[in-house]
Design a protein around this ligand. Structure first.
Ligand code: SF4
Ligand code: SF4
Ligand code: SF4
Length: 320
């Protein structure tokens, strides 16, 4: 019997999600044995025309990582959607917009200026910026259009399932592939990870006092914190209350607070708003000035609360 065809593709991505597939190590053999990889340009020599030549709907599942930021990402996502029975948004960037989504705080021109002119490692004295078309003696060359904002995958194409995480943990990938192969998938639209907050499975949860209160926000490098106690109890922002579980508490296990890469649970519309309200309820004072001072001490609140999900938040960009 023919094996199901599978495609992997990346859009605006750091490459970490592609690494996550490679890092399956011996588990990748289980995947490779069970499926026929028909498109994975980052790892194997596939071209766009290879994909175009496949019949529509002939790929069982396309795993797409990265946010959608350029006209090429849109074109490839739509092409994969046409060719695949199932599309899985793979990793935080595809699921929620991810780190590339943070550029929604800046207009396109400011982003380009930062990258091509102002970054410390750039030497661009002539002020050359990318163009979508350029004439060379050999003919016209083109580049994709860089959009004014980034999008999560489901803001551009219909998505069947979501694999969360920056990057997606190995066991979630293997479980998802096996569930797809065995036809044991939850209803369309599900995030393939437990629908419970990270705090529920975090072993530091037990260290929280009955009534948790904080009077100061502190950053991890500012003091020697207790590696056994809940981060929030020590005044360190940990996104656990507003974040879906299922990662094995991997940051907490590394003695680092959760930054929210799994996104919110199904019950939460806006992860950042949920975390802000959780934090506000812990502040141990009714004095308005003191509350303001505590909240003002949060460095980069937008980047802290919306690090992985700005394009999917209620306020999804800065209006210029
Ligand atoms: S989710 Fe994280 S690891 Fe994956 S592409 Fe985005 S930034 Fe990279
Ligand atoms: S806030 Fe963070 S450290 Fe505390 S219980 Fe939740 S996930 Fe664990
Ligand atoms: S602890 Fe938080 S930031 Fe770290 S992997 Fe888990 S969900 Fe992501």
């Amino acid at each position: 019997m023919a094996k199901p065809k599978v495609a992997f593709y990346w859009c605006a991505s750091c490459g970490g999600c592609e690494e996550a597939v490679v890092d399956l190590a011996e588990d990748i053999l289980k995947v490779v044995e069970a499926v026929d990889i028909v498109f994975w340009p980052v790892a194997l020599d596939f071209k766009k025309k290879d994909l175009e030549e496949l019949p529509d709907g002939s790929i069982a599942v396309a795993f797409i990582n990265g946010a959608i930021r350029t006209s090429e990402h849109e074109e490839m996502a739509k092409l994969l959607r046409r060719k695949a029975g199932l599309v899985v948004a793979f990793g935080s960037c595809a699921h929620l917009g991810g780190i590339p989504g943070l550029t929604n705080f800046y207009p396109r021109e400011e982003t380009l200026k930062r990258v091509y002119l102002l970054s410390p490692s750039t030497n661009n004295g002539e002020g050359i910026f990318p163009k979508t078309e350029f004439d060379l003696p050999e003919g016209k060359v083109t580049l994709p259009e860089f959009w004014d904002r980034a999008y999560a995958l489901d803001q551009i194409i219909d998505v069947d399932y979501y694999l969360p995480g920056c990057s997606v943990p190995k066991d979630l990938i293997v479980n998802a592939v096996m569930a797809i192969l065995e036809g044991k998938l939850p209803p369309k639209g599900a995030v393939l990870s437990p629908n419970k907050a990270l705090c529920d499975s975090c072993k530091r949860n037990e260290t929280k006092p009955e009534k948790l209160k904080i009077d100061k926000i502190r950053r991890v490098w500012e003091f020697e914190y207790d590696p056994e106690k809940c981060f929030l109890e020590q005044g360190i922002i940990c996104m656990g209350p507003a974040t879906r579980g299922g990662c094995g508490e991997r940051c907490i296990e590394g003695n680092f607070p959760c930054r929210g890469c799994f996104g919110p649970t199904d019950q939460v519309r806006d992860q950042g708003a949920k975390m802000l309200s959780a934090l506000a309820s812990l502040i141990d004072t009714n004095d308005e000035n003191q509350i303001k001072a505590i909240m003002d001490s949060i460095v980069d609140p937008a980047g802290t609360f919306y690090r992985f999900g700005l394009p999917k938040a209620i306020l999804d960009r800065r209006i210029h």
